[in-house]
Design a protein. Structure first.
Length: 260
C-alpha cells in the first residue's frame, strides 16, 4: 500500500520532520549497539541512552501515524511498530531481557530508512535482478557439480559442500578447498566463473553509480552525459537552429536588396 499524507500541510510537515530526524535516528540506531544494559559499568547512563534511543523511534512512529493515512496498514508502518515494540526498554520491567538482537533490530530500522531513499530504491531494483540471476547460477551450478563430483570426489561429500564451492567460484575468490576433478565438474566451474565475472561487473557498476564513484561528466575517462531532460535539450537545439535559419534569411534578403 502506498503512503499518502492526509493533506498538503501534512506532507510539508512530514518532509520537514524527516529532514530533522535523520541524524537522531541514525544515532539512536548505532549508539546502543555499543552500550548494552547489564554489561556496562555505568548502568544508569546505559539505561538512559537505550531508553532515549527508543523514545526517538517512538516519536518518529507517532509523527508518521499522525501525518500518513492508514500508516499502520502499510508494510513500513507495521515494520516501524514492530521495531518500537521489540526495542522497548523491557529490561526496566524484566531484568536481563535486553540482548544484542534487540539492538540489531534498531539497526534494521536504520536500514529501512536507507532503503526508503530514491537512490537506494533504484539500486535495489537493479541489484534485485542481479541477485536473482546469481542465486540461480549458484543453485544450478551446485546441483550439477554435486551430481558430477559426488561419486568420485570426496570434496563434494554433501550438497552443502557443492553449494559452498559454487558461491566461492561465482565470486571468483577461489579458496581451493573444494576442487572439481571430473570433466563435467570443470565445465560447470568454468560456466560459473564466466557468469561470476559478468555479475560482479554489473554489481560494481551499480554500486559505483549509487555512491557517485563514477567519473564525472566530461572528465578524463568519462563520457559526457546529456541533461536530465532530453526533450528540453532537443527543444533548445531546435530553437537555436530556427534562430540561425532566420539570421541567414535576413542576410540573404539584405544581399538581394543591395544588388537589386
Amino acid at each position: 500500500m502506498l503512503r499518502r499524507t492526509k493533506s498538503p500541510e501534512d506532507a510539508a510537515a512530514l518532509t520537514k520532520f524527516n529532514s530533522r530526524m535523520a541524524l537522531p535516528l541514525i544515532l539512536a540506531a548505532v549508539i546502543p549497539l555499543f552500550i548494552v544494559p547489564g554489561s556496562h559499568e555505568d548502568q544508569a547512563a546505559a539505561t538512559l541512552i537505550v531508553t532515549l534511543s527508543w523514545v526517538v523511534f517512538l516519536v518518529d512512529y507517532i509523527v508518521h501515524t499522525r501525518h500518513i493515512e492508514h500508516y499502520l496498514r502499510t508494510w513500513l508502518g507495521k515494520f516501524d511498530l514492530s521495531v518500537v515494540v521489540l526495542t522497548a526498554p523491557w529490561f526496566l520491567l524484566l531484568p536481563g531481557s535486553a540482548g544484542r538482537f534487540v539492538l540489531l533490530i534498531r539497526l534494521a530500522r536504520l536500514g529501512r530508512l536507507v532503503m526508503a531513499s530514491s537512490g537506494a530504491k533504484r539500486l535495489f531494483d537493479r541489484l534485485g535482478k542481479v541477485a536473482l540471476v546469481a542465486a540461480l547460477v549458484v543453485v544450478v551450478g551446485a546441483l550439477i557439480g554435486y551430481y558430477a563430483e559426488h561419486p568420485t570426489n570426496p570434496d563434494f561429500k554433501t550438497f552443502g559442500d557443492a553449494l559452498w564451492w559454487a558461491v566461492v567460484t561465482l565470486t571468483t575468490v577461489g579458496y581451493g578447498d573444494v576442487v572439481p576433478i571430473t570433466l563435467a565438474g570443470r565445465i560447470d566451474a568454468a560456466m560459473i566463473m564466466i557468469t561470476g565475472v559478468a555479475i560482479l561487473g554489473l554489481l560494481a557498476g551499480s554500486l559505483a553509480s549509487f555512491f557517485r564513484l563514477a567519473p564525472a561528466p566530461g572528465s578524463a575517462g568519462g563520457i559526457a552525459e546529456s541533461s536530465d531532460d532530453p526533450s528540453a535539450e532537443v527543444a533548445n537545439e531546435l530553437a537555436a537552429l530556427r534562430a540561425e535559419v532566420a539570421r541567414l534569411a535576413d542576410v540573404v534578403s539584405s544581399f538581394q536588396r543591395d544588388n537589386s
